[in-house]
Design a protein around this ligand. Structure first.
Ligand code: ADP
Length: 422
């Protein structure tokens, strides 16, 4: 098998976001958890290797990204895509600059782009300045991010501070005129010694116009938006077959460790519609009660009657109370651990269609289920696809899983998701 596109993502939900866009553009995609030990489990056009390299030491991020590159090239990947967040999340040290540079060195390429724009998600770039909705990046709340505070909206400056290569700009005038003008601009920038160019894009049309100009680039660095214009370079067009998964069977369950507003509404909606639900109380876990066994004993007789929900989702006041008693990180880890053990227990008891709500919670569940690769299916709601995976740590069974990060999905997400699967 020859891989068309090999992707390296700097975090897990970002990887899913990219994989979802590639599927919508007509590519068959597998997402892997870290650098895989084995070739892709299915015949695919693209693989997205999900790392957790956004905020680790630059040298570690470089080493992990190069390991991913090595594996992707061994699978024959024709083009490499380094994916980061559409808000260009990085620290003063990187890791976008150092990783991009290391990939360029390894691929022997002297020019690439840096294009975080994702207009569908209100992330646009104009004159090199990144906007989130109607405001500049440094007024968007991102200036207060605990790990990657973004205090300068000018991406040429931000990236230049992270790399020895000269950073330039492919501005909107070129992008608006189409691929030929972009190519001309790239030639001009190369002459000036520019190695990496930020790209302006304010609409999906901009990204689609940009696509053909990237056909011969060994390395593309971007948010997930640029993906919509790349599949056509490989002769692929949007189709519903790219997201086809094996037929779904087995019992259905939802586990939720997300306390985000959207999840809160989804849990309420599920309960109001008469769904069976079990609340996990963090204080009980802390008191030594075997909440995992309780939840599984509660679920077992109900699984035949329809989807069950096990949740720790709570309102901000309740969460604050628990955090004050147990500590923020301790409470988080304790709940994640319990939900992940419950997810595994449910799969061992016959659940084959599993929704997980919460980004960190998803990471914990994927780990406890022993999932190494996910084949990406159709989108349920923007940014959340159904996936198909083997749970090596849960009797090695195959199952359908949807990993929903906190604020994604409509209020009826849980019921809608199972309906979509048929
Ligand atoms: P989201 O995607 O909504 O941010 P995450 O799973 O990433 O969800 O993060 C939610 C965090 O809150 C997890 O660490 C989880 O264990 C923790 N948590 C969940 N329920 C509670 C609760 N009732 N009290 C305290 N912490 C909780």
């Amino acid at each position: 098998m020859k891989l068309l596109l090999g992707c390296i993502a700097d975090d897990f939900t970002g990887a899913t976001d990219l994989a979802n866009n590639l599927v919508r553009a007509g590519m068959r995609v597998v997402q892997t958890v870290g650098v895989p030990a084995a070739p892709p489990a299915a015949e695919v056009d693209a693989v997205v290797v999900a790392l957790k390299s956004r905020t680790i030491a630059p040298a570690d991020a470089v080493a992990q990204s190069l390991a991913a590159l090595h594996w992707l090239r061994a699978q024959g990947a024709r083009q490499i895509y380094f994916k980061y967040c559409s808000t260009f999340d990085s620290t003063a040290r990187g890791n976008i600059g150092p990783v991009a540079e290391a990939l360029m060195d390894a691929l022997g390429c002297d020019f690439t782009i840096a294009a975080p724009a994702f207009p569908d998600n209100q992330r646009t770039v104009f004159k090199g300045y990144l906007f989130v909705g109607d405001v500049l990046l440094d007024e968007s709340g991102m200036q207060n991010h605990p790990l990657t505070p973004m205090t300068d909206p000018n991406l040429v400056r931000v990236l230049q501070a992270q790399t020895r290569r000269k950073v330039g700009l492919i501005d909107h005038r070129s992008v608006a005129q189409g691929a030929a003008a972009v190519r001309e601009r790239i030639a001009h920038l190369r002459n000036e010694g520019v190695g990496i160019a930020i790209v302006d894009a304010v609409s999906n049309d901009d990204l689609l116009r940009l696509g053909p100009a990237l056909a011969d680039m060994p390395l593309v660095t971007a948010g997930s938006g640029v993906a919509i214009g790349l599949a056509a370079n490989f002769g692929l067009a949007p189709s519903s077959t790219a997201g086809t998964l094996p037929p779904a069977a087995g019992q259905r369950a939802v586990v939720s460790g997300s306390c985000s507003l959207a999840t809160h509404r989804q849990v309420q909606h599920f309960i109001a519609a008469g769904g069976a639900a079990f609340a996990v109380d963090p204080l009980q876990i802390a008191a030594g009660v075997d909440v995992v066994a309780q939840a599984l004993a509660w679920a077992a007789p109900r699984l035949d009657r329809g989807p069950v929900l096990v949740y720790s989702t709570a309102d901000p006041v309740a969460v604050k109370t628990v955090q004050a008693r147990l500590g923020v990180e301790e409470a988080g880890a304790m709940v994640e651990h319990a939900i992940a053990a419950i997810a595994r227990g449910l799969v061992e008891r016959g659940v084959r269609q599993l929704i997980v709500a919460g980004g960190e919670t998803s990471g914990a569940c994927v780990q406890s289920l022993g999932i190494a690769q996910l084949q990406i299916g159709a989108q349920i709601d923007p940014g959340v696809p159904w996936c198909h995976a083997r749970a090596e740590a849960a009797s090695g069974v195959d199952l359908h899983v949807a990993l929903k990060s906190g604020n994604f999905g409509a209020d009826d997400f849980f019921s809608k998701a199972f309906k979509v699967l048929g």
